[in-house]
Design a protein around this ligand. Structure first.
Ligand SMILES: [Zn+2]
Length: 177
């Protein structure tokens, strides 16, 4: 190991033994910054690589994903093109699923499904296409969340977009809490 540990967020080096080590991907359990890659395979229809890692300090196993950074853009109903903001989508989904018996990991899965299905190229994605996938995914995992989102989304359709619908939903739920 060299002293340039701080120089990169995730640098993978080949040691003499041929094993892959990655520095700076901190162990979620003990915070140690070196882990051994025990398995590496394509994921999300080939746009990501999933790595199983083992902490070199406490031996806990965890998973990381490596993805190609592509420009993810959304075309709004009014024609304006904006960068896709996964955190807004996550916050909205969290609001739709508030107090529902659905684990947080389900939200991450929806966001990943949207990214994998819609943002595989560099063409801007229609806002309505994202809204449609959100509806489809929610319908599968939780009827109440689906109805919450659908009722707000329908009101906005034509004029606004799913982001406004999700934001509105977040506010509505905060008020009733
Ligand atoms: Zn550890």
């Amino acid at each position: 190991m060299t002293d340039d540990r701080r120089s990169s967020i995730e640098s993978t080096v080949n040691t003499a033994g041929g094993q892959l080590y990655s520095r700076e991907m901190r162990c979620p359990e003990c915070g140690f910054d070196s882990s051994r890659v025990i398995d590496s395979r394509p994921s999300e229809e080939g746009v990501a690589i999933r790595r199983r890692r083992e902490c070199e300090s406490c031996s806990v196993r965890f998973t990381t994903y490596e993805r190609i950074e592509i420009s993810r853009r959304v075309r709004k109903r009014n024609g304006v093109i904006e960068p896709f903001d996964a955190s807004k989508l996550t916050a909205g989904l969290r609001a739709a699923l508030a107090e529902r018996p659905v684990p947080d990991t389900a939200i991450d899965e929806i966001v990943r499904a949207i990214e994998a299905r819609l943002f595989s190229g560099s063409v801007p994605v229609e806002s309505s296409a994202i809204g449609a996938v959100v509806l489809e995914q929610l319908k599968e995992i939780d009827t109440v969340a689906y109805l919450r989102f659908a009722s707000v989304y329908e009101d906005f359709e034509g004029a606004e977009d799913f982001e406004h619908a999700l934001a509105e939903l977040g506010e509505a739920i905060e008020v009733t809490d």
